[in-house]
Design a protein around this ligand. Structure first.
Ligand code: ZN
Ligand code: ZN
Length: 369
């Protein structure tokens, strides 16, 4: 097959599988609002678009800023581009109105505002019966195909390299913001289109803030530093956390680190096709419990990763999702103790028949700088 026909059959099979889910949801059409879903189905990466999936064709509605980009990006996917003159919602609504019979159109309410829905209703009139269907495209996106896995391995490799580049720059006196800037500069130098989320650099007492924004605080001696960073490469995200100590760490900190690493390894070992997301989370939590640290682990063990940095599945308490081969998830237990600091270790792994395989490769051993 030529590269073009490979791309075409890839998008086709995504749309074909989507149509199957769509009919199970009791609809014939799907109007896709969420841009990452549109990108997954059509290849279009612009910031304004609506995708209408019908039984026999797929149409991308976008505006005149994207005329050339849209045609180029969807060229191999078999999607038709319509440049909407009077707004995307009106164009999509009017297209739905033209049908001879009343049609059932699915949409995902979390991605649609009340105002958007009103504009659609005004344009489509009562030719449409709306079906609220959640997560149809997201369910497909959770399982990566071979080409996606290759892209994700490169994004993860890139961020691992960035960490090793930044490591020698972590020293007393440099601010968190300055380190975050180094991280983001280094990823773009290596071909990333940008960070997959605002890079986290949190030092000293601020490392206990699980989701700290980098600040103008300078790194001090004898401090923990949590660095959580991710890059987007060819449309796919990576997400990796490492925690280092500036100076010689007290035994208490060293023991905390070893416990978090052990929890991460236990969670990775629990990953296999057929395992529940909750079981993976439980594996990490049980290790921390043994070290009397469970109450300091205040978030989920991980999350799916792909076109977006947070996708299905969530690896959290009580989550019944069953892991399948081809899913990519983060494994990121952490402990956060007020006054002491925080420690988190996060890797991206792919679920394979043989268990979890690491995509991020940066050193995991305790580093004292
Ligand atoms: Zn992260
Ligand atoms: Zn994460």
């Amino acid at each position: 097959m030529t590269e073009e026909s490979v791309q075409q059959s890839k998008s086709r099979s995504r749309v074909d599988r989507l149509r199957l889910l769509l009919s199970k949801a009791g609809a014939d059409f799907l109007l896709v609002f969420h841009l990452p879903n549109i990108q997954y189905l059509s290849g279009f990466s612009g910031s304004a678009g609506l995708l209408l999936v019908e039984p026999s064709r797929v149409t991308l509605f976008t505006d005149s800023r994207y005329t050339f980009q849209a045609i180029e990006e969807v060229a191999d996917s078999g999607v038709t581009v319509t440049i909407a003159k009077g707004g995307l919602l009106r164009a999509a609504g009017e297209s739905l109105k033209k049908r001879r019979r009343r049609i059932r159109v699915a949409y995902a309410s979390p991605h649609v505002t009340v105002a958007q829905k009103r504009a659609l209703d005004a344009a489509a009139g009562n030719s449409v019966r709306w079906v609220d269907a959640l997560g149809l495209v997201e369910r497909l996106r959770a399982i990566k195909d071979g080409s996606e896995l290759a892209l994700m391995a490169s994004a993860a490799g890139l961020i691992s390299e960035v960490f090793h580049f930044v490591l020698p720059r972590i020293a007393p006196g440099i601010t968190e913001l300055s380190l975050a800037a180094e991280i983001e500069y280094a990823m773009k130098q290596r071909g990333a289109s940008g960070p997959s989320f605002e890079s986290i650099v949190a030092s000293g007492p601020r490392s206990a803030w699980a989701h700290a924004r980098p600040s103008s605080k300078a790194i001090g001696k004898n401090e923990l530093v949590v660095l959580d960073q991710g890059a987007i490469l060819h449309g796919y995200c990576s997400d990796m956390t490492r925690t280092v100590f500036v100076g010689r760490a007290p035994d208490k900190v060293r023991r905390m680190y070893e416990a978090v690493l052990e929890a991460q390894e236990a969670a990775k070992s629990a990953i296999r096709p057929g395992a529940s997301a909750a079981a993976v989370d439980r594996a990490a939590r049980q290790v921390l419990k043994r070290h009397s640290l469970a109450r300091f682990f205040t978030h989920s063990t991980g999350h799916g990763l792909g076109i977006e940095v947070h996708e299905m599945p969530r690896l959290g308490r009580g989550d019944r999702t069953v892991l399948e081969e081809g899913m990519v998830v983060t494994v990121e237990p952490g402990v956060y103790i007020e006054g002491v600091g925080g420690i988190r270790i996060e890797d991206d792994v792919v679920v394979t028949a043989a268990g979890a395989v690491n995509l991020t490769k940066a050193a995991r051993e305790f580093l004292e700088l």
